[in-house]
Design a protein around this ligand. Structure first.
Ligand code: CO
Length: 286
């Protein structure tokens, strides 16, 4: 049975349907700013470029800019055109962009994230400032940690030997957001009984992580950077030739140790978590 609809109501019905449908969901955003830490490693900068490409592919028509948070790296890597977030935001404003979604390619909401928040607040305080929306870092919500744990485990499925443990090595921080790492351990254990988390400069420490592996009688381990890119820390602290690198300390402890040389941004399922955070920031500009 059909309802008889008054023809004059049809445009009204169509209009209300358009308001409900999620078509053109990101119509209000006109640009994206990707904020990365920065790196002195050309191979790491190639990963940043690849991430930018993926963002452009996911959001055709929206120009994507990049900024570096590390003042030290901005000073040393002069040939790279990346500037501080506040400088790039001013450039975007000068180009007439009005609705900017910002994606920090950061792992936890620590000091760098706070710096981006502060830069955006200062930028937004000026009269006539564009609207901005900031996406969350990778490991913010439990669902993110769950997805990243599964993505890392799945990414190693083909190369993993029987009984081999996965040890995620994070940067670590003095910021309270350091609790993301023990939280991540919870979701890693849920994803795989032989998945562990340690950090270079925070807790759990390398020795704390190693103690747990020993308690669990682990004989082989793959060290995986819990870092956006496999830059200086991955090369030296995790896989370096110095006796105190993670690889050598674990090996000296009797664990057959190998190192995965890719950062998180090179795992498509992990990158998808960052891109989903960007989608949420874009949606906020509506
Ligand atoms: Co560092």
């Amino acid at each position: 049975m059909f309802f008889r609809i008054n023809r004059t109501l049809i445009p009204v019905l169509l209009l209300s349907l358009l308001l409900v449908l999620p078509t053109g969901a990101f119509a209000a955003a006109d640009s994206i700013l990707l904020v990365v830490f920065g790196s002195s490693e050309p191979s790491a900068r190639a990963v940043y470029a690849e991430v930018q490409k993926q963002i452009e592919a996911a959001h055709p028509g929206l120009p994507v800019y990049t900024a570096w948070t590390s003042a030290h790296l901005r000073g040393t890597v002069k040939k790279e055109s990346s500037e501080a977030p506040e400088a790039v935001l001013e450039t975007m404003k000068a180009k007439g962009l009005k609705d900017i979604a910002v994606l920090p390619l950061l792992v936890i909401p620590g000091f760098e994230y706070n710096e981006i928040v502060a830069a955006m607040q200062a930028f937004s305080a000026a009269p006539g400032a564009p609207k901005t929306s900031l996406a969350q870092p990778l490991l913010t919500l439990p669902e993110d940690m769950e997805a990243v744990a599964a993505a890392v485990r799945d990414g190693l499925a083909a190369s993993r030997t029987r009984g081999e443990a996965i040890v995620l090595v994070g940067h670590g921080t003095h910021h309270p957001a350091v609790v993301a790492y023990p939280a991540m351990q919870y979701f890693c254990t849920a994803a795989d009984a032989r998945m562990y988390v340690g950090t270079i400069e925070g807790r759990p420490t390398r020795d704390e992580a190693l103690a747990v592996l020993k308690k669990d009688k682990i004989a082989a381990a793959c060290l995986v950077p819990l870092l956006a890119i496999a830059g200086d820390h991955a090369k030296n602290d995790i896989g370096g030739d110095e006796p105190d690198s993670w690889k050598n300390v674990f090996t000296a402890a009797g664990i057959k140790t190998r190192v995965q040389s890719a950062g998180l941004a090179q795992n498509p399922k992990v990158l998808a978590v960052w891109l989903a955070h960007l989608d949420a920031a874009l949606a906020e500009l509506n």
